[in-house]
Design a protein around this ligand. Sequence first.
Ligand code: 6R9
Length: 661
Amino acid sequence: MSEIESVLVENRVFPPTAAQAAHARIQGMAGYEALCAEAAADLPAFWAKRARDLLVWHKPFTQTLDDSQAPFYRWFADGELNASANCLDRHLGTPVERRTAIVFESDDGQVSRVTYKELLARVSRFANALKAEGVQKGDRVILYMPMGVEGVVAMQACARIGATHSVVFGGFSAKALQERIQDVGAVLVITANYQMRGGKELPLKRIVDDALAMGGCDSVRRVLVYERTATAWDKVDGRDKGFAEALAGQSDQCAPTPVDAEHPLFVLYTSGSTGKPKGVQHATAGFLLMVRQTFEWTFDWAADDVFWCTADIGWITGHSYVAYAPLAAGATQVIFEGVPTYPDAGRFWQMIERHKVSIFYTAPTAIRSLIKAADSDATVHPRNWNLDSLRVLGSVGEPINPEAWMWFYREVGHERCPIVDTFWQTETGAHVITPLAGVTPLVPGSCTLPMPGVDVAIVDESGQDMPKGSGGMLVIRKPWPSMIRTIWGDPERFKKAYFPPELGGGVYLAGDGAVRDVKTGYFRITGRIDDVLNISGHRMGTMEIESALVAKTDLVAEAAVVGRPDDLTGEAICAFVVLKRPVKDAADGAAIAKTLRDWVAQEIGPIAKPKEIRFGDNLPKTRSGKIMRRLLRSLAKGDAITQDTSTLENPAILGQLDQKY
Ligand code: 6R9
């Protein structure tokens, strides 16, 4: 698509078609506005009504919102329920029990199906195995698993017995895993011998071994190993158990343990603006309520839909819209083990055809890479497959550029399917700004309007509302049920990071910039305003990468990391590094750069590897010694330096920082 066209379409509006509107459970924008008005009139009553309708309670709640210890808000606090019972047991004795819950497609294209009844039996059996290992209500369990049914079963089994799960994405390194195990104080780790990705067998268990060997993980009593492949793995006697051994003889009946509404369902680590990842803690009832409600409103889900969210369970999207929301709703969903480009870049389209997917939810970075692949190889263009089953498309993780939006809309959705560009975060638990399929008129590149019941606004540094058309900081002014409850073990950091006193102490700061359209009031997210980068939809703190680099003490004296725009990955990581010895020549520079990339992969994971590394005798600093990051961002972008460099202590440095490795 030409530049000019992309600029033009940005102002185009795509209202729902008559067929889309007729399908939707919310009747037009009037219906949407009525919901917003209902929430504005009495926010607790709005959510209490839905919590009664959508959740199954062991003991009904009588209080809705407790804000007496704000910003530590509590929702439905005196109620009791179980998340797994809300996803599985509730369907027993209804037609849903025979429905396929999960269609699993493995990396090599094998398909298996699990009904709701079978899933309940598997989760119950696994829950009994966890109990037999001594796991108790309130204990923390780490998952380091491939994408697949077993991961979801393990998460649900933890929820069933009231254990708090913490899933670590399978691409994180041993060091990153060890830090999370230690921080959350896990009693048990669930992993697999290997994971299959793109035809390759990648070790997982070995990385768990390395993590535990680093020390500080004395809380871990047991490692359970899913034998995903036939390849042997090293067993540590007395500590490790294969799934077969752990599950042998366990009953497939296990009564769900009732927990308080505020009981921590999970802790999921995410990057913040300091070097240490934050353990985002979510509560059982509020989380479950909002993921289920948004699943139905945003995607306009109906019982005959086949839902496919391509996110891994290691990220929040895989928690909310794979492991919980579809099951709570009784949906049929596809779970895919592999990668979008194996055996070729037609894999997603082939799978949509094969499984008759009707709601397809993926990330802009995947779309962009598939556009590129289709442009250079016509045989992987989506037109080669029958995509008529599609009804709704979704996007998540980063802003979707209008070019990618239009391609997705035309080439995949055939101009029949709304695209819901869902803005939300690990901390929000569920969609907070998004179009509702069949309801909201769409504008490419805009996440449009707030979810009913979420009070989103754009403010300046002092908390004043920004007029439409002026950019500012995205905030949420009132609590919402699926909000982060605290940072695991660090309530002070929670308060400081999300509820700054300048904004009154009770207003949630999202960390993103945003602007509203003057005419429509639609939101557009302009990107993070803190030191968090978004690489292919994955959050990475610049400080985290800097800490990893300077930990290479034999080579690195100092490092600064910034992001720059990238056509494919959204943002790319650029590192500016001061070495302890001079770079001899280009070959030496390239060798050091490789060493540093490998090092970062080992410290954090391959996703944190800098795309570009530049070396200098020093970093550009002010006379007071502050690194001038804005200047580094301009350098990384390749922009002319327009900033005032008169405060720079060492202007000669700029010349050195040209050479990229
Ligand atoms: C769900 C998820 C959160 C950050 C968020 C923002 C970016 C997510 C977006 C989006 C623009 C969207 N982000 N969705 N930006 N449009 N539709 O991705 O959670 O991993 O915590 O990342 O991602 O910057 O602050 P998480």
